[in-house]
Write a protein that binds this ligand. Structure first.
Ligand SMILES: Cc1cc2nc3c(=O)[nH]c(=O)nc-3n(C[C@H](O)[C@H](O)[C@H](O)COP(=O)(O)O)c2cc1C
Length: 340
């Protein structure tokens, strides 16, 4: 009896203190920081991942995120209206030096081809400056041949014309509903790869694409990872494939970009789950709460780096023919638009 009373008192006291701290700490950004430094540990993991990302970015001279950002900046410079006579002087030498470092490494060949194509275009029109001359020499010393088929900037009229109508696109979006019950059939990896190819066409900040899809279809591994997300407890036994979208904070040198892994991972995921629908596959996004214990466990199971953070997880499979689906009626369009 006494124990019960003590427990209730403790809970009440805790609640009062909690409300007091939240009210006081929310009064200013500084007080909020003190709260998260001394009272709550809820941001510790995010800070740790962010700082490790910046450290890795600073130490890594050939950082792929910075490199892709520079190629993107060159492309933007090439299409700027009205044309800028001189640009990229503060990063062109670094860009060609990094290309040198990466050219014969095992990094993604699309990144290399993109860089070679855009640098070729840049040097074909770049004005004579000391910096450009030096950069061009470094670029040419790679001795790359056959650059005529490499990527180039192009005119808006020459974009691929998909012929997908609004009606078709709306129907595809309506077809996609979160599915939580799946047939006992394994998901072909080729289909996942096809869906990821389409997903990768999503926009991302400076075209860095700071994410990986960690696909888990091994039954033993699956049974371990399925215990982690809270939102799949009632149907985890149904899931034959779980994908974790992992953001990589080492793509950034500054905290100003701390949200980009979440934004870019979400955009690519949207493309991905729509692509799955075209391949007769269904999915349900499962929330990845920022819970220290789950983060640590996933990090251990998937051997994640200190600068990697799970953004969300996705259950993928063939919809069970007899399963129920929530109607999930959407908001009225007028309520989500405000003009000017
Ligand atoms: C970020 C995010 C987290 C979600 N987490 C869960 C989850 O943990 N468990 C679940 O069953 N559904 C989850 N969902 C699915 C939503 O419940 C679902 O998208 C929403 O109800 C709308 O339904 P619809 O996807 O069929 O349009 C999540 C969706 C998103 C976008």
């Amino acid at each position: 009896m006494i124990r019960k009373i003590l427990k209730i008192v403790k809970e009440k006291l805790f609640k009062v203190l909690y409300v007091f701290f939240i009210k006081t700490a929310s009064k200013s950004p500084f007080a909020s920081s003190l709260y998260y430094l001394f009272i709550s540990r809820k941001f510790h993991n995010e800070h740790y991942v962010m700082l490790n990302g910046i450290r890795k970015n600073l130490m890594d001279k050939s950082n792929i995120g910075n490199f892709r950002r520079n190629i993107h900046r060159l492309e933007k410079g090439l299409i700027t209206r009205p044309p800028k006579p001189v640009f990229a002087q503060d990063y062109i030498i670094n860009t060609v030096e990094v290309l040198h470092e990466l050219y014969n490494s095992d990094i993604d060949r699309n990144t290399i081809n993109w860089a070679v194509g855009i640098l070729t275009e840049y040097f074909s029109i770049s004005p004579f400056t000391e910096i450009n001359q030096k950069a061009k020499k470094i670029f040419q010393s790679l001795g790359i041949k056959g650059t005529q088929n490499m990527p180039k900037t192009f005119h808006a009229n020459n974009r691929i014309n998909s012929q997908v109508t609004y009606t078709d696109f709306l129907a595809l979006n309506k077809q996609r509903r979160s599915i939580r019950y799946f047939e006992n059939i394994s998901v072909p990896r080729e289909l996942i790869e096809k869906a990821v190819i389409a997903a990768l066409e999503a926009p991302s900040a400076c075209n860095r694409q700071p994410f990986t899809f960690r696909v888990v279809d091994d039954p033993i591994l699956l049974s371990k990872v399925l215990q982690l997300p809270l939102g799949a407890k009632t149907f985890s036994d149904q899931i034959k494939m779980m994908i974790f979208v992992i953001g990589d904070q080492s793509n950034y040198f500054s905290e100003r970009d701390k949200h980009l892994i979440y934004i870019d991972s979400s955009l690519v995921t949207m493309n991905f789950i729509l692509a799955l629908e075209t391949l007769k596959l269904s999915s349900c996004i499962i929330n990845w709460g920022d819970i220290q214990k789950s983060n640590s466990k996933l990090k251990e199971i998937l051997t994640l780096e200190d600068w990697e953070q799970c953004v969300l997880s996705i259950a993928v499979g063939y919809a069970a023919s007899d399963c129920g689906v929530a109607s999930s009626l959407k908001k009225n369009v007028q309520t989500v638009i405000k003009y000017n």
